[in-house]
Design a protein around this ligand. Sequence first.
Ligand SMILES: [Zn+2]
Length: 247
Amino acid sequence: MLSNLFKSSPVIYIMGLLIFSVCSFMPKTDNVGPIKILIVGGGSSHDFEKWYKEADKNTLSKDGLADVIYTENVDSISYYLRDRDVLYLTNNQPIDDDRTRRDIMAFANKGKGLILGHAALWYNWKDWPEYNQILVSGGSRGHDRYGEFKVEVVNEKHPVTRGVPKNFSLKDELYYFNVDPIGPGIEVLAAASSESSGTFPSVFIVKHASSRIVGIALGHDEASHELEAYQTILTNAFMWAAKREMP
Ligand SMILES: [Zn+2]
């Protein structure tokens, strides 16, 4: 019936072909609308409100890139995760609730993205070893005293480091990030080094089976959050973790 119609009318046939072609090139639904992000902050030693609720939220909200929710109430994580594309953990306050922990793991297993910032790359929770083992593939137990150090992009071809200067320096805490051999492993994108302590992963991907996870060890205060290189890494990381097409 349909083929008869096409035979009888070449115009309809051509229109059909056109519609098919347009549909084939339409963007995937992943690329529609702002990236829905949940930032979790709170804990010790950092001004989470200033640098994550305000600074990073502003960076990520530019040009309508993201729709950002910030919370320090860890009991609300499960509720917010229902419609989020990427979870940004920056907190060192405990996440005690088993259901919340399971929901975070399930979020990653569903293929949703995770960004793990600065304080969340620490070994914060002795009673939740799966967090460091599965989601971080390691962690930090120490850092250089706050001060200037160098960062070198070691993988310039990855979407997360696109547009980031090959070398830059900043004031921050150089985290002694160690890879857990039992974890899924990491791929280092940028490394931080100081003469006294050596070289450590600074920006990296965790090779999780389902989720795109980026660890960003930088981020103690304004020296990172207001730095263009950091802001580019952050924006790129969210686009990559949310599987958005990069310009
Ligand atoms: Zn810090």
